[in-house]
Design a protein around this ligand. Structure first.
Ligand code: ZN
Length: 307
């Protein structure tokens, strides 16, 4: 059976959900249907980027496994800050499982999000709504097109083959609680869009961060302590809630806290052959957003509609 054709900005899992809803196999369990379709029997979660479910789903749609497909139909763009395009493609084409979920992110990052205005538009244009890729980026609470608050529901930690229109009456807006979250929305959405277009941007940003800290080569592990002072400044400037929203060890108030500056500067790839989560680089870029030339173009004058 063919899968439903994906729409612009539609998450690949959304295409699979729509295919399931239109298939003759509604009497089957979800897992059995996935198996019959040759898809991995895994939960469809939005925050996992290089797991088997996403990789296999992409291959069902695009056997050439192009990076362009991944960018349009999964929230991959920020991951290009922490893994190269070549490495990403090698993960897609090799059967290896590089992905190990790092202990990062608050529950916000893990739920599927929907925009009530996109639902209206999509239903009138196509007759159905679908899960948008751009609504699923890290920490995003606002629709890039409508600038209104996205909605979610506790049960949307995983997708259960329901489309956004079926959640419209039970989902609630994700409230913006902190000042930094107003800035995070334009930062994250515009940066993700730029990363889709500009293949040179990740390396430029990485170089600018290294230059900012005066690091020219690989650091030695024993130099770690010297970046703890920088972390103190970063914590003071961004505030406790920022760190608690981004990294679990701050949320859980662990004794040993990850220093995102160190993670970015220290060459993890030498030590570990697995993919690194981009949250650390995003945190550092957000902190230095006014200081790095390659981020100077981002427009923060968005009027976010709160109701
Ligand atoms: Zn929208």
């Amino acid at each position: 059976m063919n899968l439903e054709r994906l729409q612009a900005d539609e998450h690949v899992f959304s295409g699979i959900m729509r295919s399931r809803l239109l298939s003759a196999g509604m009497h089957m369990s979800d897992f059995r249907w996935l198996k019959e379709m040759g898809l991995p029997c895994e939960r469809l979660q939005t925050h996992k980027i290089l797991n088997k479910a996403l990789i296999e789903s992409m291959k069902r749609y695009d056997d050439q496994v192009s990076i362009e497909f991944g960018l349009k139909h999964s929230p991959l763009a920020p991951w290009l800050l922490s893994i190269s395009r070549e490495k990403y493609l090698s993960y897609l084409t090799n059967e290896s499982q590089p992905y190990k979920m790092p202990a990062v992110c608050s529950s916000l990052q893990k739920v599927w999000r929907l925009c009530p205005e996109c639902i209206e538009e999509d239903c009138s244009e196509h007759g159905f709504s679908y899960w948008h890729t751009s609504h699923q980026h890290i920490g995003v609470q606002v629709c890039a097109k409508h600038h209104c608050l996205l909605h979610t529901h506790d049960e949307l930690f995983k997708a259960d083959f329901r489309l956004p229109q079926q959640w419209k009456d039970t989902s609630t807006p994700i409230q913006i609680e902190y000042e930094w979250q107003y800035l995070w929305q334009p930062f994250m959405l515009q940066l993700s869009a730029a990363l889709e277009e500009d293949v040179t941007l990740p390396e430029r940003l990485r170089r600018e961060v290294f230059d900012y800290f005066g690091v020219s080569g690989n650091l030695l592990y024993r130099e770690r302590g010297s970046f703890d002072e920088a972390l103190k400044v970063m914590e003071a400037e961004l505030g406790e809630s920022f760190f608690k929203h981004m990294i679990a060890c701050f949320e859980l108030e662990c004794k040993q806290k990850t220093n995102p500056i160190w993670v970015v500067l220290y060459d993890y790839d030498v030590m570990q052959s697995r993919a690194r989560h981009p949250i650390y680089m995003l945190m550092v870029l957000f902190w230095l957003r006014d200081k790095l030339p390659s981020l100077g173009w981002i427009d923060y004058e968005w009027r976010i509609r709160l109701s």
